[in-house]
Design a protein around this ligand. Sequence first.
Ligand code: CTP
Length: 407
Amino acid sequence: MLGHHLRGKRILLIVSGGIAAYKSLDLVRRLRERNAAVRCVMTQSAEEFVTPLSLQALSEDKVYRALFSLTDESEMGHINLSRQADLVVIAPATANILAKMAGGIADDLATTLLLATDKDVLAAPAMNVRMWNHAATQANLATLKSRGVRFIGPNEGDMACGEYGPGRMAEPLEVVAAIEAYFGTDAPLAGRRALVTSGPTYEAIDPVRFIGNRSSGKQGHALAAALASAGAETTLVSGPTAEPAPAGVSVVRIESARQMLEACQAALPVDIAICAAAVADWRVASEAPQKLKKQEGGAPPSLSFAENPDILATLSHLNEGRPRLVIGFAAETENVVENAVAKRARKGCDWMLANDVSAGTGAFGGDANTMHLITPDGVEDWPRLTKRQIADRLAAQIAAHFRSLPA
Ligand code: CTP
């Protein structure tokens, strides 16, 4: 796939001054590998972190620096820099440059260019978690989003400053995926909307305890990533997992099955719905408002359960606004295909991906799986594939299905 997607695309990359600026070097390399043309503009503080020479060598182009240079301005003014780009990318985008953009400040080449450009802008924010969470930054983000600026990341994790939380710049390959998704108008699922559920649900017993399951969310997250890179506008509704948010996907984090259903309903209408979450079938009937306490010599509490909504069945049976293609998963330990065929009929979904999760298959929490795709046309046995390969194969089949439908 390398060298294919971004051939001939012209990226104007603005590097602002944060510790994550080192990632911009790898980003340039990845974009060049895909045959994109990359032209870099650096802010003055970016030069504290990476050198213009490194960016110049990797981009194989002149690097435009913070302060106005008369020669640059006459040879290639900010208007021309923007005119000659297909997309403006800011990576890393510091709190400062976002604030200047939101406020319309133009006090160096990068910000002047951002104020003057009529091209779409994709920003990869990177900053300390407190700066990210600050009301000023959040207000600036809301302003910029309302003006159509696109964002990728930040990710959550350990930060260079020793803190933990959202603020890490998206990885270079995630930024590349977002750029590819931006240009993916000829992608097979462009113009389609998709919804994916992923991960476990947590059902509260009291404010500190819950009932959950061991679902890792790997398959659901891989599906959302595959649909997004095939061009679908994708919403991922996910229970608590350690999986990072896939690039170019809107992630809605929930805990309980009822919250998951609500988030799915809010994401409608969609063309495609894939239920990959391991939803708890039951919740505790009455969640205790206070932490349950041990009673001296008392009996352990007994819990009674209420049935949770079935999200897959609910989406499959919608009278109005039913997704055109609803896909479920069946985790079975015996008579895999037979049980999954019956489950498809019971839930009312269109396709069902069935797999054997008996002990020793490594399906649960593992990276690979052997699937059977059940459709109205029959059963297809797939070879053992990684979860990402399963996701790509399903996305390709979904695209083929939509191509075969009457317009
Ligand atoms: N599902 C759902 N909402 C629920 C339960 C399940 O959306 N409350 C979806 C899952 O995301 C999956 C499919 O339904 O797509 C699995 O169905 P389920 O009946 O839970 O099957 P298994 O988990 O395989 O368990 P069982 O065989 O006990 O029915």
